[in-house]
Design a protein around this ligand. Structure first.
Ligand SMILES: Nc1ncnc2c1ncn2[C@@H]1O[C@H](COP(=O)(O)OP(=O)(O)OP(=O)(O)O)[C@@H](O)[C@H]1O
Length: 354
């Protein structure tokens, strides 16, 4: 039965299981490891530290000298365009993939040590589920493989399925789950075993807005209670704004921008974003000229009847007066919206830049 189960579980859980089954002990004591590697940890709040991580596929470097520090009770967002190297990083951090150079330590335990992965929870980008088992059986099996007793495994399974709003489907085979419910079940597995670090690779893609909010609540309540760190990869900027204390934007294997949301906003954006919605494009060239002249604004985007400007002017009231006057002068203006710059704007400016 166990051999059958192992075929359907991810490598990082498999490593733990095989070690448990073989009853192998780790020869290196934690003390010797700590004295060797203290330097990597800059503060007591650091949990996972990555230094100059590098991964190549033939001549192609897909992760270039990546540096990361995850902190207790914090969520770190790893953003980037498709192919930036995010999932590769996740696979390296869960020991599913070898890397060429660099160092990784989790609470001062180097990645090479056997119990490293026991401290990590992982929701990979692809669903890994045994489709013959029900949701309840999947969670219970992984709980047992992670070392829970029968009674504890039952209890934790019940609670997790409840938190992730999967109770309704718990006795149905996973093969019949919708895409969003499969994602929820995979996320739920990442929380098993009280991991110190939880890696979530696009955990809510395909998940409905209400379940997504429930998921955000789970993470935020974990952040408040325990000492878990989260590393989140998501293409939803809204999700990152809601969950992340710090984000890094990755492009072609390199981190192009890193910091708290506020720091990134201050560094990469100025002032406000103005979206001018048009009824028609009749007088558009003259309008663009007037906006540049009056607001000294930079045209960021032009799409589907809208002009999007970035303006440095910090005096909001003055801005509205100018925009009202422009609306009177140009009947082609339908409406305008003034927003603060968002994480999405930062992402676009960093991802599109060189
Ligand atoms: N097995 C492989 N052999 C060769 N190249 C690979 C392999 N796996 C990934 N790559 C390349 O590594 C790069 C990074 O891929 P990765 O899956 O980490 O990107 P990502 O940032 O997670 O993208 P996405 O947002 O689309 O999930 C890509 O250019 C990809 O083509």
């Amino acid at each position: 039965k166990i051999v059958h189960l192992i075929r359907f579980i991810p490598d990082h859980v498999k490593a733990i299981t095989l070690r448990k089954l073989q009853n192998r002990s780790d020869n290196d004591t934690l003390d010797s490891v700590i004295s060797d590697n203290d330097k990597l940890f800059k503060s007591n709040d650091d949990t996972l530290v990555v230094e100059k991580l590098r991964k190549t596929y033939g001549p192609k470097v897909v992760v270039k000298d990546l540096v990361l520090q995850l902190k207790k009770n914090k969520c770190f967002g790893l953003l980037g365009v498709n192919g930036a190297g995010k999932s590769t990083t996740f696979r390296i951090l869960t020991k599913s993939l070898f890397f060429d150079d660099g160092r990784v330590q989790l609470e001062k335990v180097p990645i090479k040590k056997a119990d490293y992965t026991e401290r990590i929870g992982y929701c990979p980008q692809e669903d890994y589920l045994n489709y013959f088992l029900t949701g309840r059986e999947v969670v219970y099996s992984v709980a047992r493989l992670k070392g829970y007793s029968d009674a504890d495994a039952r209890k934790v399974t019940k609670n997790l399925l409840k938190y992730f709003e999967l109770e309704k489907y718990q006795d149905k085979p996973c093969s019949g789950y919708s895409g969003g419910n499969k994602r929820k079940l995979c996320s739920c597995l990442a929380f098993l075993g009280s991991p110190k670090v939880i890696l979530l690779d696009e955990p809510t893609s395909g998940v409905d807005p209400s379940s997504r909010r429930n998921f955000w609540n789970i993470i935020n309540s974990f952040k408040m209670q325990g000492d878990t760190s989260f590393l989140l990869c998501s293409h939803s900027m809204e999700e990152c704004e809601n969950l992340c204390d710090e984000v890094a934007i990755m492009k072609e294997g390199t981190i192009k921008a890193k910091g708290s949301l506020l720091a990134l906003k201050n560094k990469h954006t100025k002032g406000y974003k103005i979206t001018v919605k048009l009824k028609s494009e009749d007088d558009i060239y003259r309008l663009k000229g007037r906006i540049s002249e009056l607001l000294r604004a930079e045209l960021m985007e032009e799409y589907a009847g809208s002009l999007v400007y970035q303006v440095d002017d910090k005096r909001l009231s003055g801005l509205f007066v100018v925009l009202d006057n422009l609306q009177d002068e140009f009947p082609c203006i339908d409406d305008y919206i003034v927003n603060q710059m968002s994480l999405e704007d930062i992402f676009l400016s960093v991802a599109d830049g060189n």
